[in-house]
Design a protein around this ligand. Sequence first.
Ligand code: APR
Ligand code: PHB
Length: 391
Amino acid sequence: MKTQVAIVGAGPSGLILGQLLARAGIDAVILEAQTPEYVLGRIRAGVLEQVAVDLLDEAGVGARMHAEGLPHAGFELLIEGRRHRIDLAGLTGGKRVIVYGQTELTKDLMQARAAAGLKTVYEAKEVSIHDFDGTRPRVRYVKDGQGHEMACDFIAGCDGFHGVCRASVPKHAITHYEKIYPFGWLGLLADTPPVSEELIYAKTARGFSLCSMRSHTRSRYYVQVPLTEKVEDWSDDRFWEELRRRLDPQANARLVTGPSLEKSIAPLRSFVAEPMRFGRLFLAGDAAHIVPPTGAKGLNLAATDVRTLARGLIEHYRGSDAGIDHYSDLCLRRIWKAERFSWWMTQLLHTFPDTNPFEQKALDAELDYVVHSLAGRTTMAENYVGLPFED
Ligand code: APR
Ligand code: PHB
């Protein structure tokens, strides 16, 4: 078997890349370890920056996102019981974000791939990558108990944080930067109308909470919990009770509770691997970096990585390697800005068990400064909607 680009992983990174390459006439096969149902069952975030929206249009999968996604022109910060609106559109010359669940986006991408007859091997087991430091890389995998080998020009490692691609790079060739936070987010999805039209990010003495949504009838809520918490110990009632304690009377008056469709705890992590290219292997999305969800950047970074990668590969097949040669540097500049923003938002809004009292006072003062200063709010808004893309 042979293809031009072997893509490992059918999450948003792999699927968007596959779509962009197909539209440019480049042949790609996606190898995914899980079943399509499993991939769709993972509940992830869903705030899209304009750059990501434009890219999905370019990939030909934007129709349902425009029809069903919810444009948001601002969000609220609820700090110790007081609300402060971050007017995204007003502070950034009219920019907005679209709230559209990653699950729905993944569904759209899978359908487009199937409709175009493009090849995805689901339940590809024991995927291993070989010879990416030479000119003839190969990918091996097992499907239905049978071994296969695929020759390719390039390998795109879109296989997430626990994937095989980053792990296959020799240790001396890669540097990891990491910060693990001493808490996680307990999330609950419910078919209840959202508590507010806009997202509410709340900082309270009991910890952070977030009111988000998937549609006008489906809400997504989170509360910060210690890493020692187990999801089994959180009944729906206990979750709603804790959320209530972290909201203001205005929100509590509108909060509609109901049975959970999904409930899970996600640890928070900041992580970057450098570089993102190793000969003919490119890492993209969560395979190369992780952000805590506070800044809503994970999916957007995945989209901008594969935008850059697709352009580089298309250029390569037209005769120039400039794009792929700059892939890593170009991506990392954007990634570090989003890493900084996500880390900063996380620091400002969460309760850290071990912060020294001076630092806590300084952080409280910083948040007070940010919400009361036009410059401060503008900084928050322009990072949230996404920084301009550098080509
Ligand atoms: N072989 C084949 N596939 C694999 C392997 C492997 N060894 N390891 C992992 N995968 C698959 C996973 O099953 C998953 O479907 O790779 C895919 C990676 O998808 P994601 O984890 O969603 O990563 P990515 O596509 O980069 O999307 C990033 O996901 O976690 C969120 O916030 C993040 O929204 C962002 C987005
Ligand atoms: C979500 O809706 O899941 C969500 C929204 C915004 C975030 C994080 C998660 O910052």
